[in-house]
Design a protein around this ligand. Sequence first.
Ligand code: HXC
Length: 513
Amino acid sequence: MKKSYEQFVLRQELLKKQYDKAYLEKQHKRGKLTARERILLLFDEGTFEETDAYVLPGEASFGKTVKAYGDGVITGFGKVNGRLVCAYAQDFNILGGSLGSMHASKIAKVQDLALKTGSPIVGLIDSGGARIQEGISSLTGYAEIFKRNVLSSGVIPQISVIMGPAAGGAVYSPALTDFIFMTADTSYMFVTGPNVVKEVLNEAVSTEDLGGASVHGTKSGIADFVYNDGENAILGVKKLLSYLPSSNLEEAPQIRSEDIANRTEELLRNIVPDDADKPYNVKDIIEMIVDDEDYFEIAENYAMNIVTAFARMDGRVVGIVANQPKVMAGTLDIDSSVKAARFINVCDAFNIPIVTLQDVPGFMPGTQQEHGGIIRHGAKLLYAYTYATVPKITIILRKAYGGAYIVMNSKGIGGDFVFAWPTAEIAVMGPDGAIAILYRKELEESEDPIALKKKLTAQYREEVANPYIADEKGYIDEVIDPAQTRVKIINCLHALERKMELRPKRKHGNLPL
Ligand code: HXC
């Protein structure tokens, strides 16, 4: 064998040795897959090309250096569902997956590749954070990654999958991406860990209670998806990618199914209860109108008073935003406003039409919401809907009251098509509030206030809140037969396929942050 070739083979053998049985067991004992196993699960078989596999760690001044090839992160590209995707996977087995200068530059290079090839990037994160012994070089490495996260935002889809620790400033790379996945029991994210919390606030809290998947999937809303284990999280990533275009210059892939476009659904006529105060599950409606009853929910267990989901209609991807009457009567509060606004921004950035199902009694009243800034947070939703230039279609199912009616993609703020079911009630406020203000004196003086209120409520519904008034004044496009909902939406989506809407020239708007 030629001498130069000998060295080539030797390096290959050393790299293989690095991933021996002991290496595998170390990570499996933690209940986690190795970085390489994760990468292989993500990419279509035989398509992954690794980059910088032989990079060695940068200089460290505080000992504890391991001469490991790859410097604790696998980077590269390949095909997912047949389309180019770039990825990196941090390797907790090497220096705790900590981020040193070379580790960071490998990630930055693959981020650059994703941006210039217009392909999504997936980060599989399992890391002790900035590599302590590399000091400022590690911190600068993070800064380089954050910068690329921001520059790629709205250009290519960026997905973070937290599969182990993500602590300190390291959480900000995922936070800058479009979607965050977490694995239950094996991942956590926090800015400061339990030890610091104890020291500063004298508050004892476990890692899980501070920043585990259960917290971020339900309370903070940081995690858009929570899966029980790494395998299922990666399958979830593949499914999510199937709903996204490769970049903002493309459309999401269309997948035609057997489900015909002009399918009517008579069951929809009876789904909204006659009693306006009775809840129902808006997900039943979503299921009946989308292709193959199949939709993919985002942040399923967070701010459940609003549902955000991807689905397909006549093969084309749509983003669905739906008030959920089953939870808090579908009222808009801070969390649901921000959840929906974020989702609308993603849809708009990536050319995905938005279908809104509206049944909203209003914004949530009370000091907690007002002091928490519902004014500013509600404005985020209003801004996101108004600013979005993708096709926007609304179906008013039942309540459409006050400011919340306007915010949920009314025609006035730019909804392209707004339809109402015969059960719709469109008004400044619900009958209770309206009657209390307009007929307070009469009710106080009445001998039978209950009967009077009942009569006034019926009269209000008929004379003020009924959808035919809105239809006749042209504020909505039509009151439709609920059975025809799918057909109407699909026809409008086709009509809007080449929709062009320009915005005034400016550096950027001032989104109410
Ligand atoms: C260098 C690190 C490391 C780090 C872990 N290791 N974190 N090496 N820099 N940041 C090494 C450990 O020394 C150990 O090496 C191996 O990784 C595994 O770590 P263990 O502690 O044995 O594992 P475990 O008990 O599972 O605990 C994991 C951990 C803990 C909770 C992540 O290691 C930890 O608290 N690490 C520090 C986390 C942190 O505070 N990082 C800085 C965050 S601030 P050996 O040789 O023993 O196997 C930050 C700033 C970013 O990242 C700023 C951006 C602007």
